[in-house]
Design a protein around this ligand. Structure first.
Ligand code: HEM
Length: 366
């Protein structure tokens, strides 16, 4: 028998799932139907995102990561990013509900809330959002809150299982850090004799180049006038000290400092010499991760604006402070080093020259 579209997509089954609460069967208003479909569409996209994130994570988990594997990781992240972009736009559909349209069925949702989207939590866990960074909610972290709600609820076990299973997995943040840590810097890799000195000398040269750049900026700003030269110098000096402390990983406990220094040095190295053929894909990968986090932050604040437009600043159905809580979640950052490095990058002309650049070119095979 030939395969039919409706069988392949299990359409009959899929289209029978928008009836709202079981006792209402199919008696939902057009507004509630829109509300349900938009949420279900999001959850379907989240399912695809989770698959792609796991593939990206697995691709990066290999040691070593083969050069040809990097474009594939970028491809997986690229799909995630397209979905996040679309997901942000999708709020426009639910925004066609007026405050009153939503109020007509809102009460019966209590205490259900997107807050209990276990796939959203799975994504956050898989990316590597530390639980201690989460905004507290009813004196518990959002995960603890879901655990409490899951107890005694018919679907609760499954919801909680999704989260605990994700907590056992290696995060994208971890594999990315390990991969960065192994990046050859000036042709030296961890484990090579004198690797730590090579990394330190690269950082010293980089800080020297940053100083030259800084002095030129200060001179230029004094020449064009307008700014108080002492205040300008003080500001630049403060930033220079922050740059040094960041690259030295002084914010990291002693035991992990050398490793983190190497990760940060690798980030600076890849971003700085990204035109070298062997660094172009690693740089594209880093950019895809930054873009993903940017889109996630935009998603969070877009959701908050949509919520503000529809329910104002009232308490959420899940019991949080509503918009205020949601706006605070937009401060979550997982890939902090990737963002931080942007503050200290230099233009090509200011960079220390790349010695033995040929080693970062493609192998010629002859
Ligand atoms: C009328 C439309 C919507 C309203 C008024 C609304 C409102 C809220 C509110 C107030 C919260 C905070 C938790 C609470 O106290 O309930 C929340 C959380 C959340 N909502 Fe919505 N929402 C809407 C649509 C959506 C849609 C379409 C999605 C798509 C999946 C969604 C996903 C989420 C998620 C994932 C959270 C948890 C955020 C976090 O804790 O980081 N919401 N929502």
């Amino acid at each position: 028998m030939p395969t039919n579209y409706w069988d392949y997509l299990q359409l009959e089954q899929l289209l029978s799932l928008q009836g709202g609460l079981p006792e209402e069967e199919t008696d939902v208003s057009e507004d509630e139907l829109c509300f349900i479909v938009v949420h279900q569409a999001y959850e379907l996209w989240f399912k695809v995102v989770l698959r792609e994130l796991r593939l990206a994570r697995d691709g990066l988990a290999a040691d070593p990561v083969q050069e040809e594997a990097v474009p594939l990781v970028v491809h997986h992240l690229g799909r995630v990013n397209e979905i996040f972009r679309l997901a942000t736009d999708q709020f426009r559909v639910v925004e066609t509900l007026s405050p009153q349209d939503f109020l007509a069925f809102r009460d019966k949702l209590v205490p259900a809330s997107g807050f209990q989207s276990f796939q959203m939590r799975e994504m956050e866990v898989l990316l590597g959002l530390p639980d201690e960074d989460r905004i507290e909610y009813e004196e518990a972290t959002p995960l603890e809150h879901i655990r409490r709600r899951a107890e005694g609820s018919p679907g609760g076990d499954n919801a909680w299982r999704h989260i605990t299973a994700a907590q056992q997995e290696t995060t994208l943040h971890t594999v990315l850090s390990r991969w960065l840590y192994r990046t050859p810097i000036r042709n030296s890799a961890p484990g090579d004799a004198g690797d730590d000195e090579v990394v330190r000398s690269f950082l010293a040269d980089y800080l020297g180049a940053a100083k030259t750049h800084r002095e030129r900026m200060i001179t230029r700003m004094s020449e064009v006038g307008g700014a108080d030269p002492t205040a300008v110098r003080r500001r630049f000096d403060t930033q220079a000290e922050a740059t040094r402390a960041f690259l030295e990983a002084e914010d990291v406990p002693e035991g992990g400092r050398a490793e983190r220094r190497r990760v940060r040095a690798a980030l600076v190295f890849i971003e700085s010499y990204r035109e070298q053929p062997l660094l172009a894909w690693p740089r594209a990968l880093i950019d895809a991760v930054v873009q993903m986090e940017e889109l996630l932050v935009i998603w969070r604040s877009r959701h908050a604006r949509m919520v503000e437009r529809i329910i104002g600043r009232r308490v959420g159905t899940g019991g949080s402070s509503g918009v205020d809580y949601l706006d605070r979640t937009a401060s979550y950052r997982i890939f902090t080093d990737l963002w931080a490095v942007r503050t200290l990058l230099l233009s090509k002309d200011d960079l220390p020259p790349l010695e033995e650049a040929a080693n970062y070119g493609f192998a010629t095979g002859n």
